[in-house]
Design a protein around this ligand. Sequence first.
Ligand SMILES: [Zn+2]
Ligand SMILES: [Zn+2]
Length: 174
Amino acid sequence: MNIKIDKLKEGDSSLFFSAEEITGLKSEDISILSSNELKLNIQKNGNYLHIHGSNSVEYGAVCDRCAADYTTGLIVNIDYFFHIGDMKTGNSNDIEIIYPDDNDGVLNFDDYYRESFFLAQPLRFLCSDNCRGLCQKCGADLNKTQCGCKDEEKVDPRWEKLTELIKKNQHGES
Ligand SMILES: [Zn+2]
Ligand SMILES: [Zn+2]
């Protein structure tokens, strides 16, 4: 996924990448199911480039609760500022500016796409909001079956003895 920066004209331009041309995730262990065209809007102002755009991606994920495979999607938002050419001016405090290596006028965008994809990931992967997960005791998938472990309440055996003692004492007093 390359951007020919030496061919860019001043001002606004757009680049389009089809699903097959978006190579940023190919090396990762992610099964991309579908992805729509990525449109990158590029604003060139002298040596500065602002590259932004978005596309939606559908991919295979594994539920954190029940370990089931499921399909999920997200929107990859891309927003980067670059400085190209030799003259490096002072860094702006407000904007993070990237100084890419000069690669014969070509900017490889794979790493930036990949980074944007991972930034969009959810904190937790859940096959559904009310996934019931796996039984802590027997490992049964509680979305599919009721294992019965729930019925016996987990009581600390030490508490059981204490409860018995308290009952006995109360009995003795009365
Ligand atoms: Zn689940
Ligand atoms: Zn169980």
